[in-house]
Design a protein. Structure first.
Length: 115
């Protein structure tokens, strides 16, 4: 069983930066694929970024060049560095860990981009 806790969200002005953390407990997640999703009010949850157990990364087009996903296996934590934030990045951000048939979600952290 894996427990995931996101943190680092908050209110930031357009053009600003935030770094989200997804801290895992209950199991070592170094071999898990970790994904960050986001969900804005009234919209479906969408995939933002993925990092595999081997460190390969992928991003949805709207965040390429602005967001960076990374992992620190010594801390059992995955990060999402978000730069050049835009109002349309406003959403609740969730991390997901999966391996095989096992899928785990965190509770989410709110990111609001507004002046």
């Amino acid at each position: 069983q894996v427990q995931l806790v996101e943190s680092g969200g908050g209110l930031v002005q357009p053009g600003g930066s935030l770094k989200l953390s997804c801290a895992a407990s209950g199991s070592v997640i170094s071999t898990y694929t970790i994904r960050w999703y986001r969900q804005a009010p009234g919209k479906q949850r969408g995939l933002v970024a993925t990092i595999s157990g081997t460190g390969n990364t992928n991003y949805t087009d709207s965040v390429k060049g602005r967001f960076t996903i990374s992992r620190d296996n010594t801390k059992n934590t995955v990060y999402l560095q978000m730069n050049s934030l835009k109002p349309e990045d406003t959403a609740n951000y969730y991390c997901q860990a999966f391996k095989g048939w096992s899928v785990y979600w965190g509770q989410g952290t709110q990111v609001t981009v507004s002046s």
